[in-house]
Design a protein. Structure first.
Length: 294
């Protein structure tokens, strides 16, 4: 009787162990299958991202070959894209790494989209100026045939050429930054953190404008109407008119597009809306923008 009970207990133990073994085997199989699936998906995602980056690099190469005024920025963007592609190709494609590479790519893609838009705008403006100049030259040739109206037509054409020869100031942008002791600058929208303002703008290409040094008076006004920076006041425009500026930007212009980057140190910035104006030496407000510090 005792032997029968012992045999029954042994059989029950064997059944339980067998079930546990089968369950473990099934669980290991599922983990292995899930891991293979994840590896396959990550490999596919990695290949797709590599192809997309290669397409972007090819697009940048085409833009650079057009001899655009933004060639330096385009080549720098291409270098960053190429570096990202090389890192991605060397990576093992794990989930954490893929997330980082995707974030880097989307950041570079956003910068590239801005470059494409800016390049398109410059092309359109150059085409417009070229068309205007061609029209002016044609009109001048025709005017020589009509001496009785030469004076009137010449005055009109002179105004057209003068207007076309003015330099266009584009993409005025101001960004507040916090500069660390290492020299690295971190963009910020908080007034309490800012210790410097970075001002940038683009002077468009103009083949009929005179070359040489050009001075631009930058005026930055805080939310209370106070002028930041040097606060120098000079006569400007008509009689008894003056201009108070934050600083002067002197640009060497050689009939090609010029990217201008300036910095204005400061402290104790007040929260609110700041207004930025760029004036030509003749007192014309050639560009303006605003930004907000919280």
């Amino acid at each position: 009787m005792e032997n029968t009970k012992s045999n029954s207990g042994l059989k029950a133990a064997i059944v339980v162990l067998t079930l546990l073994l089968l369950g473990s085997v099934g669980y290991i199989y599922k983990l292995t299958s899930d891991n293979k699936k994840e590896i396959t998906e990550l490999s596919t995602e990695k290949s797709a991202l590599e192809d997309e980056i290669r397409a972007r690099i090819a697009e940048l190469e085409t833009m650079s070959g057009e001899n655009t005024a933004l060639k330096g920025d385009i080549d720098a963007q291409k270098e960053e894209m190429t570096k990202l592609l090389e890192e991605l190709e060397k990576s093992k494609g794990d989930a954490a790494a893929m997330a980082r590479y995707k974030n880097d790519y989307f950041r570079l893609k956003k910068e590239m989209d801005n470059l494409i838009a800016e390049n398109k705008l410059l092309k359109e403006q150059n085409m417009s100026l070229t068309t205007s100049l061609d029209s002016t030259n044609t009109a001048l040739e025709e005017n020589r045939k009509f001496t009785d109206t030469l004076l009137v037509q010449n005055n009109s054409l002179t105004k057209t050429v003068e207007k076309a020869s003015k330099l266009a100031v584009l993409n005025l942008n101001v960004m507040a930054v916090k500069e660390r002791s290492s020299g690295k600058q971190i963009a910020t929208t908080k007034a309490s953190r800012a210790d410097k303002l970075k001002v940038s703008f683009l002077i468009a290409e103009n083949q009929i404008a005179s070359s040489g040094d050009r001075k631009y008076y930058i005026q930055i006004m805080d939310t209370k109407g106070n002028i930041l920076g040097e606060k120098q006041t000079i006569p400007m425009g008509g009689e008894d008119e003056t201009l108070t500026y934050s600083f002067i930007s002197t640009v060497k212009y050689e009939n090609k597009s010029v990217q201008v980057n300036e910095e204005l140190p400061g402290e104790n910035f007040e929260p609110g809306t700041y207004f930025v104006n760029v004036f030509s030496p003749k007192g014309e407000n050639v560009s303006k923008t605003s930004f907000v510090l919280k």
